[in-house]
Design a protein around this ligand. Sequence first.
Ligand SMILES: [Zn+2]
Length: 129
Amino acid sequence: MAIKEKEKKPLHLAKMNIKKGDTVLVTTGKDKGKRGTVSRALPQVNKVIIEGLNIAKKHIKPKGQTRQGGVIEKAMPIQVSNTMLICTECGEPTRVGHERRPVGADQKVRVARVCKKCHKVIEDRTRKE
Ligand SMILES: [Zn+2]
């Protein structure tokens, strides 16, 4: 997917609370109120792609014998500020804090994402245990 040049930001400025595998709630736009799983995080542009949400229809031209033409549906990126992380513990959309907590299988103290509502650690589904 092409990312517009003006949207590019230095990597060190990119900080998102939402990661691949998280469940999020969409708070604005045509998919407002819907929940979905983040299939891809794009921290360079502060956007996330959510499975099955913000679908755009894309018209594809047939290309020789290898590709059929037609309309495909593609999930487009959503501004991360238009989503809220859903806590893995209490199931509520929440803001995210960062605290040093023992997390993971080895219970090592790391900076973890913490739910502002139930104050439990939000599970990071991409972490290799
Ligand atoms: Zn919670």
